[in-house]
Design a protein around this ligand. Structure first.
Ligand SMILES: Cc1cc2nc3c(=O)[nH]c(=O)nc-3n(C[C@H](O)[C@H](O)[C@H](O)COP(=O)(O)OP(=O)(O)OC[C@H]3O[C@@H](n4cnc5c(N)ncnc54)[C@H](O)[C@@H]3O)c2cc1C
Ligand code: SF4
Length: 285
């Protein structure tokens, strides 16, 4: 294993490829490489290259979750999503860019079962243990996206600047298909540089967990209000962060062990809408 330390983002991008991967805080990538789930012969250190810090509505992708949780320039929902993620030690190392690109926590995937997401034909979670899994978009892969900040940035309508393009956060994520099993649209040699996060009138992030701290979201709900417009997005309910449409959770397709998540999500969505002062949130019934 080699650690490469290029001196510019351009040099870093040029080095990237199948066996050469970008390394930020390493909290996700290093264990995956160590366990042989991700193949890498070289890691490219991004420290000092990718922007770090908050300036107005712009957040550098190398900003850590610990820095974001206490920065009052950013919307409250994002601060809260960062504060509720992982542990203080992990948040001190974890970058926002790395957080968006973290892999599924599905244990079948992490134990290297030859499942659909690994290129196989079958989703082992569907017939197996799936209490933490998805209730939406789960036809092929029933994993639940673990990132609290990703759902929040989706609700906030944030955009990303990469080394190759600008795109809404919504377009960073994709459901895996027969032809392409990846859950992001990022090219192997593309780096996330910055995010633009427009301000909100009011925003919140609520997270249901098995423990009060240091646990992934069973369901996470971000609500963002601008005027009378309210956007709601969820973590822990689909293989990608999920923007709630007009039908709410009407299209949910829970597995036997995840049916409880529909009720949980409905309750959190209602609570989050009330918290941001959604125009219809106090309607009786
Ligand atoms: C025990 C544990 C509990 C956790 N709990 C939570 C939780 O509750 N909620 C939550 O949201 N997250 C949670 N996390 C995830 C954690 O927040 C991520 O591991 C962390 O944010 C990843 O950031 P990093 O800088 O360490 O990324 P790295 O590990 O360095 O990289 C992660 C991935 O992103 C790629 N990458 C990194 N930066 C860039 C970039 N700028 N451009 C392109 N690619 C890049 C890497 O190549 C790699 O594929 C938990 C993690 C652990 C280990
Ligand atoms: S939920 Fe996805 S990652 Fe988990 S076993 Fe099924 S296909 Fe694999």
């Amino acid at each position: 294993m080699e650690l490469l330390r290029p001196s510019s983002v351009e040099e870093a991008s040029a080095l990237l490829g199948e066996d050469t991967r970008p390394l930020a805080g390493g909290t996700e990538l290093v264990p995956l490489v160590r366990e042989g789930i991700v193949r890498a012969e070289r890691l490219v250190a991004l420290r000092g290259l990718v922007p770090r810090g908050v300036s107005g509505t712009t957040i550098g992708a190398a900003t850590t979750l610990a820095e974001l949780e206490r920065d009052d320039q950013i919307p409250e929902a994002l601060r809260e999503a960062c504060r509720l993620a992982a542990s203080p030690q992990l948040r001190a190392m974890s970058t926002l860019g790395g957080n968006l690109l973290q892999a599924t926590r599905c244990w079948y995937w992490r134990l290297r079962f030859p499942c659909f997401l690994h290129g196989g034909d079958e989703c082992h979670a569907r017939e197996g243990e799936h209490r933490e899994h998805a209730i939406l978009g789960n036809e092929r892969c029933a994993s639940a996206h673990p990132s609290d900040p990703a759902a929040t940035l989706l609700a906030l309508g944030a955009t990303l600047r990469t080394t190759q393009r600008e795109l809404p956060v919504a377009e960073l994520f994709r459901l895996p298909t027969e032809d392409d099993r990846s859950t992001t649209t990022l090219a192997p040699d593309e780096l996330i540089l910055e995010l633009d996060v427009p301000p909100a009138d009011s925003s919140t992030y609520l997270k249901a967990m098995d423990r009060k701290a240091f646990a992934f979201a069973l369901v996470g709900v971000a609500a963002v209000r601008r005027g009378a417009d309210v956007r709601v997005a969820l973590a822990g309910v689909a293989p990608v962060p999920w923007l709630l449409g007009a039908d709410g959770l009407g299209g949910a397709t829970p597995l036997p062990g995840t049916a409880y998540k529909v009720e949980l999500a409905e309750a959190l969505v209602a609570r989050a809408r009330t918290a941001v002062g959604a125009p219809d949130s106090h309607r009786p019934g």
